[in-house]
Design a protein around this ligand. Sequence first.
Ligand code: FAD
Length: 375
Amino acid sequence: MVGAGVVGAACAYYATLAGLRVAVVDRGPVAGGTTGAGEGNLLVSDKEPGPELDLALLSTRLWHDLAATLGPAVEYEPKGGLVVAADQPRLDALRTFAAGQTAAGVEAVEVPADALRELEPHLAPGLAGGFHYPQDAQVQPALAAAHLLRAAREAGAELRLGETVRAVRTGPGGEVRGVATDRGELAAPAVVNAAGTWGGELAALAGVALPVLPRRGFVLVTEPLPRIVRHKVYAADYVADVASGSAALQTSAVVEGTPAGPVLIGASRERVGFDRTLSVEVLRRLAAQAARLFPVLADVSVLRAYRGFRPYLPDHLPAIGADPRVPGLHHACGHEGAGIGLAPATGLLISRQLTGKPPGFDLAPFRADRFPGAA
Ligand SMILES: Cc1cc2nc3c(=O)[nH]c(=O)nc-3n(C[C@H](O)[C@H](O)[C@H](O)COP(=O)(O)OP(=O)(O)OC[C@H]3O[C@@H](n4cnc5c(N)ncnc54)[C@H](O)[C@@H]3O)c2cc1C
């Protein structure tokens, strides 16, 4: 496995449990990539019917089981999501969206305007209504990755941190034989590309194209507060932002409390390469949107903001599974803003492929060679 983010950790966990001998190599620490900058929402509510939603529904079940196995340290909270609509046209659109999701297996319960405050007492007045999504949940991403890797190591996996993969070795038939790192050679009949936003670079080391691009996001962290936000709460406009392929800035706040007290307000989306510059404009927009949802937040201090780079593929779907162009190369990257949520399903499906079991899931939409010019 190349990558000790949450996706590589989940792949290592399931592959080790399936009886494989696994080494996880990362040039940095555990969760030092995008995982350490993610928010930990495990959402079905923001996904339209299709392959990503199917993956999210599988992951939802797996996260529930993993929470029991890994213990309270991963801060799993099955708190549910609440999507609110500011006016009647937005509520109508949300209703149509939720009906499609329900047909695909999502639990979505309409909440009339006058009942919204029973779920969230501090919500702004005057909203048109909303939908409650009981399946939405949350974990602490870095802790989740660390504990998946702890469990994998207890089952025999090797963790090699501070080691950079510099080449993918192949045999005479083009098949994978292992990797070369800055510390030496590592022989393996299969290599899993869990390099997140750098998954395109890793693919290039194996001689194939995979157009993973960074999509920047900022998150605001408030001072610790009593539990004033109970669910994941966001405005219906967020769904359109997530689905947009535009490089331009999009913000629509997702607000959530954490066990430690701070409220997280995320997240923006823009494609500006790996630019780490703090954008006051983005932070201001997120803060204003959060305060519109929860007026009580207007007087709360923001302690810090952080940013990360989501691994974006042009059709918003990750690359998961064996690469038909290079025998032995498997991809598990490009999960954009949903990699924490989708990690367990990805890991399980990769482990089934590695062990020659039928995946029990259609992986065709996730093929790495689906992009123009990649065949
Ligand atoms: C602001 C923000 C908020 C987000 N919120 C959420 C959310 O609420 N819910 C959700 O599900 N997702 C969220 N995401 C997305 C989520 O964080 C990512 O999809 C996920 O973390 C990707 O995990 P990963 O393991 O694929 O990648 P990473 O965590 O980036 O791991 C890849 C690893 O590969 C290593 N690597 C790369 N190249 C090499 C090499 N050549 N040799 C060795 N190691 C290498 C890197 O060091 C890195 O550690 C958010 C992202 C951002 C930026």
